[in-house]
Ligand binder design. Sequence first.
Ligand code: DVN
Length: 275
Amino acid sequence: MEHGEYRPPEKRRKRRCAIFSVVAVLLIIFILVIVLALTYRQNTEKLKPTFIARCEEFKGYDCEKIWSAFEQAYVGQDPCNVSMGAYDPLIAAAPFRPACNRMMFWSKTKKVVHDFTEKRDCFLTLEDTLLGSVLDGLTWCGKEGSSKTFTTGCPGWTDCNNNPVRSFWNRASAAFADVACGDVTAMLNGSIITPFSPTSIFASIEVKRFNSTRMRSLNVVLVTQESTVTNCTNASLKDLQKELDEGIKYNCKEVAESQIQECSSNPEKPCGACW
Ligand code: DVN
């Protein structure tokens, strides 16, 4: 050691190390708390602004009231124990209005259907209504003992039947089918061997609620592509015909996806000429 260099006594050096360690631990805890708080906030806050913004695109509705009716269905609940009935107050807050001769149902054809309804106002799907629109593509759930809405860490579609998202779509689909009237259209997928799948929402909920006192016909548009594996003689489509309420006329037409897309991008073409 060089002459004149001063070294603190051993005790003072140890004290400085201890203080440094405490400060470092406190800093790490502080950073962890900030990260957890931001993650928690991110998981719980982004749904309502999206819901309200999408709702306000529909004039004449009290969006705060509809939001309250929505969150009461799942907030504070076990996310695997939210039944379809939990959304009854929401359906009552924003009831579906019948759009006779324009209503479109679908199954395994979400993209082609919504590409079409976004570009042409020939038809109305559930996702074009207020309730279908505010929640399309979103996920949400609550937790027992919490008043928060979570958007991550929620059960997936198949994790449990009574999850908040699946119960909502089942309930909304039932209410939408309850007002189906006039000539109704259903766009089904000709590239799968069972276009009318018994486990689908269309088959298990919607078709069962079609009522001949309101509905005149069901016109199936079977979307075909190069990979098409079926046609209107498909066995599952025969089942669909049998399941229809007595008095509802059934039609089926194979339509190339390219023809639907062409019609989507040609607004001058009248709706009825699309297929
Ligand atoms: O008539 C339509 C419409 O009114 C809707 O409300 O119900 C009918 C469509 O439901 P579907 O007959 O069950 O048809 P799909 O294509 O089997 O399922 C419709 C949607 O439910 C899917 O697009 C999924 O939504 P997403 O993730 O694309 O926004 C969802 N879904 C169905 N099975 C699922 C699933 N999501 C995740 N995992 C699954 N196994």
